[in-house]
Design a protein around this ligand. Structure first.
Ligand SMILES: [Zn+2]
Length: 269
């Protein structure tokens, strides 16, 4: 039986409706992203918009299911100190970001919710999210899965990518394609410029398809002229549709496996 109200947005429910949710068959997605410069051709909300759009697309798929997926208020700000050299960026300190995630979950946990998924849209958040869910496990005995959407579709990105390695990094072939699919009215393709990354070492390549193993803190003002790493000029709406659909499919399949986990596997008494 599908649960009553088919609203996918957590914040549009009343407390009575939230109280009535079946805890075992409800999973809450928390989208995370960033407000940061994305070159001259994309809006500064690109990362949180993409994470939220994918989250909403997945929640929609559960509308007639016995399980329910709700999207929590997206966490708009991320950790973007490497973009602060450009106007437009709003960046949180690592501890602030971790605290917002933790306190969102610690507000829900006492009311019986224990199935969560963090869907991330900003590369700069990934390390922090791993550390944060580890701390949540230690402090609340709760396992919170976290993923960055592009890591779920590496093969898709390899298949559709027409730029050389380095072409999918930031405001790049991938992110621009997604934007052309999801909201073309906000993309200024006439301002898109190919700006291939100049790595500090041959071990630290930045690309969503195959990043190098060595991480070196970036500084986009130092490392790029226009705030781009990659080649947005080869982006297309068609590629964006593939990225969006394949990301939804992969994450949906992951969520099915998360629903199959018992409460005791996610939350220790
Ligand atoms: Zn981005």
């Amino acid at each position: 039986m599908a649960q009553g109200n088919q609203q996918i947005h957590y914040w549009k429910l009343s407390w009575k409706e939230i109280a009535a949710l079946d805890r075992d068959s409800t999973l809450i997605i928390i989208p995370t992203g960033a407000i940061e410069q994305h070159g001259p051709h994309l809006p500064v909300d690109t990362d949180i918009f993409n994470a939220t759009a994918i989250s909403e697309g997945i929640a929609e798929q559960y509308k007639s299911s016995k399980n329910r997926v709700l999207v929590a208020p997206p966490i708009w700000w991320g950790t973007s100190p490497h973009h602060l050299g450009f106007p437009g960026t709003l960046s949180l300190r690592n501890e602030t970001f971790a605290q917002i995630i933790t306190e969102t979950i610690s507000s829900l946990l006492p009311h019986g919710f224990y199935r969560f998924l963090l869907i991330n849209g900003h590369g700069g958040n990934a390390g922090n999210l791993t550390a944060t869910v580890s701390q949540i496990k230690q402090d609340y005995a709760l396992s919170v899965p976290t993923l960055s959407y592009w890591t779920m579709i590496k093969q898709t990105l390899i298949d559709i990518g027409t730029s050389p390695l380095g072409g999918m990094g930031h405001a790049c072939e991938m992110e621009t394609s997604l934007a052309l699919h999801l909201r073309p009215d906000l993309v200024r393709m006439d301002l898109a410029i190919a700006e291939m990354p100049t790595e500090m070492t041959s071990w630290s390549c930045i690309d969503f398809r195959a990043g190098g193993p060595v991480g070196i803190a970036l500084d986009f003002k130092r490392d790029s002229k226009h705030g781009i790493m990659g080649d947005p000029t080869v982006a297309t709406a068609e590629k964006g549709k593939r990225i969006y659909e394949d990301a939804k499919k992969a994450i949906h399949s992951c969520i099915e496996e998360l629903f199959a986990l018992k409460k005791s596997q996610l939350l220790r008494d």
